[in-house]
Design a protein around this ligand. Structure first.
Ligand code: GAL
Length: 324
């Protein structure tokens, strides 16, 4: 009995079962809790980069931080540093908001372009902030802030289509809706409205899977989770289908809110990963990540109950391994 316990633990420690454990503390290569909340993933060659809000308790409270981690298997993450440190660039005052960072790579300008939700402490500024870097892991330099399509913008989401075209999703409270908009050629501004979904949704995420676009959004309930819905369309310009729940409504998306959908196209199959945050509003630094492979196809999108799972990025296969 003892031996079995010992060997299971041994196997895990030495990486035989490198599982993703939704809702559990996720440690980086240094053994520290990953700080990449409201995050996004950018793939460069065969490496994945995870950017997110770094809410480390010892951070300078007058600044806001974006951390970056890298991985080849989406499971084990190497800390690359606090790649963007914002020293209140718009003079918004103590408690200013920088959330949901997303990084794009522009092949023409060879720049990495970071979008963030930038806001005043009371969330009235409602703009995006843009920072750029020549290297994926920074340092990112603040450039400007603006309101995309001249609309208020709070939660942002990122989508890069299979042809490399880049989109920003943003929630716009006064219009009661949710925009999907195309970035300009250099990615430095938001150029064209693709869709306006007239529904108060945030936490936007999109995936293009087998000829259909699936868009996800949560309702507006702050840090508290709610039942996320999705719609589908054959074009980003719509028309979008009616919205359905991704999970039974009473589980509130298994206590999580969407931040991105990641498509892993391997040699054997393609897996779509739901990337969500389980916010702990009083201890945001301890907020957890809920990542799960979803059941997707033919217009259906189901987020299964979170359980430990493994991923093979080469084959694209995901396997639920359960608690071990
Ligand atoms: C959520 C949003 C988070 C954060 C929070 C603040 O609705 O998704 O990113 O802004 O509200 O209350």
């Amino acid at each position: 009995m003892l031996a079995a316990v010992c060997c299971a633990a041994w196997g895990r420690a030495y990486g035989e079962t490198k599982a993703i454990r939704p809702g559990e503390v996720w440690l980086d290569g240094r053994g520290q809790q990953i700080q990449a909340h409201g995050g996004g993933i950018l793939k460069v060659k065969d490496t994945y980069y995870w950017f997110g809000e770094d809410r480390t308790q010892t951070n300078d409270p007058a600044k806001r931080y974006v951390a970056c981690y890298s991985s080849k298997n989406l499971t084990e993450w190497k800390y690359r540093g606090q790649v963007f440190v914002a020293d209140d660039p718009e003079k918004l005052g103590r408690g200013f908001v920088l959330e949901r960072p997303k990084v794009y790579y522009n092949a023409k300008t060879k720049k990495f372009v970071m979008y963030v939700h930038l806001d005043s402490p009371s969330y009235r500024l409602a703009r995006v902030g843009v920072a750029v870097s020549d290297k994926v892991d920074g340092p990112y330099k603040y450039v400007k802030s603006f309101r995309p399509l001249d609309q208020e913008s709070r939660d942002i989401g990122q989508f890069i289509d299979d042809d490399g075209s880049a989109y920003l999703i943003f929630e716009s409270r006064p219009t009661g809706g949710f925009y999907i908009a195309k970035l300009s050629d250099d990615f430095m501004t938001v150029e064209k409205e693709m869709s306006f979904i007239h529904a108060p949704l945030e936490g936007g995420a999109i995936v293009h899977y087998k000829g259909l676009y699936y868009v996800l959004g949560s309702h507006l309930s702050g840090w508290r989770p709610n039942p996320i819905v999705y719609a589908t369309a054959t074009s980003l310009e719509g028309p979008w289908s009616e919205r359905k729940n991704v999970a039974p409504p009473e589980v509130n998306t298994y206590d999580s809110q969407s931040s991105m959908l990641v498509k892993v196209a391997g040699k054997k199959t393609t897996t779509v990963i739901y990337m969500g945050d389980r916010w702990l509003s009083k201890t945001l630094w301890d907020s957890r990540y809920v990542w799960m492979p979803v059941q997707i196809g033919d217009g259906n999108f189901v987020l299964p109950k979170p359980e430990p799972w493994t991923l093979n990025v080469k084959t694209g296969e995901a396997k639920v391994v359960g608690a071990q």
